[in-house]
Design a protein around this ligand. Structure first.
Ligand code: MOS
Length: 746
């Protein structure tokens, strides 16, 4: 029978995308479509004194200009509402939208936006997160604004830890979490070596190619349909509806192609565009400019790690103490919990004390970016492990192997790790020729680092039906940015024992789709795949039942062949799938057997760990670093489609190179963005990437479909640390800050 899983099939969306047939949101041209353009604040922190829209409104072709007070009723604005609408009385970062101009053409809208005059009363801004925690720092958002906000389950990844009462913490601290195990002071006392280091990582942009784009169409029933570039139609709908105060069913999200997301395309200004369209009774399109992407979209947060760690000469890791500060930008929500869990959960520390803060500053609100929080934490942790190894005279890989978390070991939140392949990827690294060929050569070095992602999870469902032509259609509420639809078709084909060409996969708008989570957190193949598997099994049972009835045979005597079911060994006693479809209805609808939130989620995760080996050459005169080779060895549970899995790892390492050597968003002391464009923001070019070799390790997940684990996030995690460790090996320089630029190497 067809065993399609494990084959390197091409992505189904590859050809349409390469041919230019894929339709993106900006390709939509509807009758009567209006075009919107934002007016953004030049100040990082200021009161809005007055907005004069007269000149803009008088411009021929302009239909309307709205300010923050025009669009929605007054009242408190929790961050999750404020960040998706216009500022009202105060701006809290440079680039924050303060008005929106709507016109018959995008050019008129842009010209008119330049005519909107805003008078500001500038306030002191705070850009540095440590300064933002001091008593004299300006207060960015009063804490009582946050109120209750139903988390729509964006990643639903982690939980646990003691949440500190933020009302007792400095003004701009919005969240503080602590994990403790044992007694770190005792751990340090029993160590032979104790090392203390501070590491910093900057804001990093997801740098997707397609800007955010939305088209909102008002409906006669008072609702709104939004075509948009989102990684998750349900999440986008939930936030949009809640922001606008509409019942969820009044908002329909039609997910379009996503030209790159990496966590940055969840929900941004959909609520604003919808509010404008509803007010005007006409469809409205908003496409952000590239500069606006840097000004007001949701990059990865900067972080500071103050670490103190102890080890004994026998290779025992005795204690890790961490004080971690995530710079959330203007709105709360940095991934501090997950960073702490990986910081303390990757190795078997005897004693732990991990304390993390999320702090507001006058910079754009941050958001998810591939393995949120973990590349940052790993840059710090994995260099410290190398330093400990050196200090106790152990090989860095052997020290890692000895202490690496095993299945069942407790994470800092007390939950045991599900099957985890950390030891397995390290074993493979140990055997790898690039690691074995290490030698002393001037200005060359080799580094290793590991890192992972616990795996996202979210309840979701999928439907499948048999069509009259004997094919099947799988319908989903999950979009495809990483080739997931190809893999989901393969899962259905495997269960139904049919060629994969018989399986069509269709994604639907929220109105009509079975619920699925965001394409994020490395969870679509893992969880929607489970739902597809269950739905296909349901359909198969029905098929066999119907065929048994029609063929007057026992179901166990039947076999599925391409397009038909027959009595085993009797080719003439068969019924085609098409005949079955004409006589009966075959429909499978199932949810994935995974559950809501909290500790059960953590137990059901699919941790994906990755070991990377970097070989670098450093020019001691210029500080220039050249990565000569990079090997990524990842546990993927089971590679359902090895080609797609390898592409994911390859792309993730490419972004890891960006974190390591290139990328950083920068602001002046008063919060002026210094590099908000691709000209000034240093993104690695394809020609600057080293040869990247990908190796897959398969430690099956007991839950994931056919053993698969989430794959997308882990590869970005250890790259920067592997390169930093290789540089230390080459020239003995310890890096404390990303990106690793020549001046930091010297
Ligand atoms: Mo993501 S940060 O899982 O797109």
């Amino acid at each position: 029978m067809t065993t399609v899983l494990g084959k390197p099939l091409k992505r189904r969306d590859a050809e349409p995308k390469l041919r230019g047939d894929a339709r993106y949101t900006d390709d939509l041209h509807l009758p009567g479509l209006l075009h919107a353009r934002l007016v953004t604040s030049p100040y990082a922190h200021a009161r809005i004194v007055r907005i004069d829209c007269d000149a803009a409104r008088r411009t021929p072709g302009v239909v309307a200009v709205f300010t923050g007070h025009d669009l929605l009723p007054e009242g408190p604005e929790p961050a999750e509402r404020a960040r998706h609408l216009l500022a009202r009385d105060k701006v809290i970062y440079a680039g924050q939208p303060v008005a929106i101009v709507v016109a018959e053409s995008p050019y008129v809208a842009a010209d008119a936006a330049a005519l909107v005059e805003v008078e500001y009363d500038e306030l002191p801004a705070v850009v540095d997160p440590l300064a933002a925690m001091t008593p004299e720092a300006p207060v960015i958002r009063p804490k009582e604004l946050e109120g209750e906000w139903a988390e729509a389950g964006m990643h639903a990844t982690v939980s646990g830890g003691e949440e500190l009462d933020v009302r007792r913490l400095p003004a701009n601290v919005t969240n503080a979490v602590r994990f403790q195990r044992g007694d770190v002071m005792q751990g340090f006392a029993s160590a032979d070596v104790v090392i203390e280091r501070t590491y910093r990582t900057p804001f990093v942009h997801q740098a997707y190619l397609e800007p955010h784009a939305s088209v909102a169409v008002p409906r006669p029933d008072g609702g709104v349909t939004i075509y948009t570039t989102t990684q998750g139609q349900f999440y986008c709908r939930n936030v949009t509806a809640t922001t606008l105060g509409l019942p969820h069913e009044m908002v329909t999200i039609v997910p379009m192609e996503v030209g790159g997301g990496f966590g940055g395309k969840t929900v941004l200004l959909e609520p604003l565009v919808a509010a404008v369209a509803l007010r005007l009774g006409r469809p409205v399109k908003l496409v952000l400019t590239r500069t606006e992407e840097f000004l007001l979209a949701t990059p990865a947060p900067a972080a500071i790690f103050e670490l103190r760690a102890g080890a004994r000469r026998d290779g025992t890791l005795t204690a890790l103490r961490a004080r971690v500060i995530f710079d959330s930008g203007a709105y709360p929500g940095a991934p501090v919990t997950i960073a702490l869990l990986l910081l303390g959960g990757t190795y078997r520390w005897e004693h732990l004390d991990l304390l993390g803060y999320e702090v507001l500053t006058n910079k754009p609100g941050t958001g998810a970016y591939r393995a949120p929080g973990v590349p940052q934490a790993t840059f710090a942790l994995e260099q410290l492990i190398d330093e400990l190894a050196r200090a106790i005279g152990q090989d860095p890989l052997e020290l890692r192997l000895r202490n690496a978390a095993r299945t069942g070991d407790l994470q800092p939140n007390g939950v045991p790790w599900p099957p985890i392949g950390l030891v397995d990827v390290l074993e493979r690294a140990r055997q790898h020729p690039l690691w074995r060929s290490r030698q002393r050569r001037p200005n060359e070095g080799w580094g290793i680092a590991v890192g992972g992602w616990p795996g996202g999870i979210e309840p979701c469902a999928a439907n499948i039906r048999l069509n009259h032509d004997g094919t099947f259609t799988v319908t989903l509420g999950a979009i495809d940015i990483t080739g997931t639809h190809t893999v989901l078709a393969m899962i259905a084909a495997e269960v139904l024992e049919q060629p994969v060409e018989r399986i069509r996969v269709k994604l639907l708008p929220t109105d009509g789709a079975p619920y699925a989570g965001m394409s994020g957190g490395s969870k679509i193949t893992y969880t929607v795949g489970l739902a597809v598997q269950a739905a296909a099994e349901d359909a198969k049972r029905q098929l066999l039942e119907i065929a048994a009835n029609e063929l007057e045979a026992a179901p166990e005597d039947l076999e599925l062949v391409d397009g038909a079911i027959r009595v085993r060994g009797m080719p003439d006693r068969q019924i085609t799938l098409s005949e079955i479809a004409h006589r009966s209805m075959v429909f499978g609808g199932k949810y994935a057997p995974v559950y809501g939130t909290g500790r059960s989620v953590v137990r059901q995760q699919s941790p994906g760990f990755n070991a990377q080996i970097a070989h670098v050459a450093v020019d001691p005169d210029t500080g220039e670093v050249e990565v000569l080779d990079l090997v990524a060895i990842q546990d993927v549970g089971r590679a359902l489609n090895p080609a797609l899995v390898e592409e994911q790892v390859h792309g993730g390492v490419g972004q890891g190179i960006g974190w390591a050597l290139h990328e950083a968003m920068r602001w002046s002391e008063n919060g002026q963005p210094l590099n908000p464009s691709f000209l000034d923001y240093d993104l690695p070019k394809a020609s600057q990437l080293p040869p990247i070799a990908v190796e897959l390790v398969e430690v099956p997940s007991p839950i994931g479909p056919f053993g698969a684990k989430g794959v997308g996030e882990p590869p970005v995690v250890p790259t920067a640390a592997a390169i930093a460790n290789a540089i230390a090996d080459a020239i003995g320089v310890h890096l404390s800050e990303l990106p690793i630029t020549p001046e930091r190497v010297l």
